[in-house]
Design a protein around this ligand. Structure first.
Ligand SMILES: Nc1ncnc2c1ncn2[C@@H]1O[C@H](COP(=O)(O)OP(=O)(O)OP(=O)(O)O)[C@@H](O)[C@H]1O
Ligand SMILES: [Mg+2]
Length: 325
């Protein structure tokens, strides 16, 4: 007998016609450490597995926070856009999408393989870095898309709050001292820095605008890739959008810094990626991502203390204002 929630998952797969013929569900488990969606690993009676990712109109882990349910369709559109390209080959096979159920079905790439160990001292090795740089280049070089879903305004609006607004809101009430004693003071200094705040808001306006650009993953950090024997695979493009290539490159560089990777890894990434970059914008994006990951709600499993966080915040400020060496 399956437990209640596993039965509900089985019913969902059955209703959608996604159970392979003659197969039944043996067990269901949460696939990994996600927040936004209900992502389950479904094991069938022959031992094979599938990943079922379902969106609700809220953040799965924080049901009181609304989130656009269209994100499931956006994710499906992204997989459609990269199907039959080298970028698509370095993502799990997208097996099915159903709009009414806001559900996507994927090939299972195996357990416990995401890049989050980078924050707890593991180096991101050159093979991984090169694979991600190659993936980005291929993605960003795809011909312009005509699928308007990929502009993803609803998810951008949600993300913009967490990147550009909330972290710098003096009244956000977020208890930073509970994360790292003293962090609140460092954050308050930034919040009161009008020139810094204005520069961040300026990039935020650009993020919400409708410039022409390339198809971006939108959230390319170590939680968005899985390492398997068959290579590196990118997942979770629900924050994709059309914008400047510096976005993906900058977010990734910020996470190289936040996870304490050696300096050369940034140079390696930029060189391998190869395209010409607007370095002013790139630095601003790096600085903003560092800032929002340190003092916003989307915290990382960092092991560094106040001194290092304060140093990183100063660096973030210099990057945003263009005063970094
Ligand atoms: N195709 C897959 N194969 C193996 N594991 C997967 C696959 N897709 C997702 N996972 C696992 O499930 C976790 C959550 O998946 P995903 O990142 O797509 O969900 P999410 O709800 O969008 O997460 P987040 O809140 O971080 O945005 C991943 O970190 C990974 O561990
Ligand atoms: Mg996600």
């Amino acid at each position: 007998m399956l437990e209640f929630s596993a039965q509900a998952t089985t019913d969902c797969l059955g209703t959608l016609g996604w159970l392979p013929v003659g197969r039944s569900v043996a067990s269901v488990a949460i696939a990994g450490a996600g927040n936004m969606n209900l992502v389950e690993r479904v094991t069938l009676d022959d031992g094979s597995t599938l990943i079922l990712k379902r969106a609700h109109g809220w953040v799965e882990k924080y049901p009181h926070i609304p989130a656009p349910i269209e994100r499931a369709g956006v994710e499906a559109a992204f997989y459609r856009a990269v199907a039959d390209t080298a970028a698509g080959k370095a993502m799990p096979k997208h097996l099915n999408f159903d709009e009414n159920a806001a559900a996507n079905l994927f090939e299972d790439l195996g357990e416990g393989r995401d890049g989050m160990t980078a924050y707890t001292g593991q180096q991101i090795n050159d093979d991984v870095l090169d694979a991600i740089a190659d993936w980005m280049r291929t993605l960003h070089n795809l011909p312009t898309t005509s699928d308007s879903l990929l502009a993803n305004p609803a998810m951008r609006a949600l993300n913009a709050i967490h990147i550009f607004d909330y972290p710098l809101d003096p009244d956000n009430g977020f208890d930073l001292d509970a994360i790292t004693p003293g962090l609140r003071g460092a954050a308050d200094a930034l919040k009161q820095d009008g020139i810094f705040v204005a520069a961040v808001k300026g990039v935020g306006q650009r993020y919400l605008g409708n410039e022409t650009g390339v198809l971006l993953h939108g959230d390319l950090y170590p939680g968005s890739w899985l390492t398997t024997e068959a290579g590196i695979f990118v997942i979770d493009p629900e924050f994709c959008w059309i914008g400047p290539r510096e976005w993906d490159v900058g977010v990734l560089i910020a996470h190289l810094r936040l996870s304490g990777q050696p300096k050369e890894s940034k140079e390696r990434l930029i060189k391998r990626y190869g395209a010409i970059l607007d370095h002013k914008l790139l630095h601003q994006i790096v600085g903003i991502e560092i800032m929002r990951r340190l003092i916003g709600v989307a915290q990382l499993p960092l092991t560094i203390g106040l001194e290092e966080k304060a140093m990183l915040l100063a660096e973030a400020r210099a990057l945003v204002l263009g005063t970094a060496e």
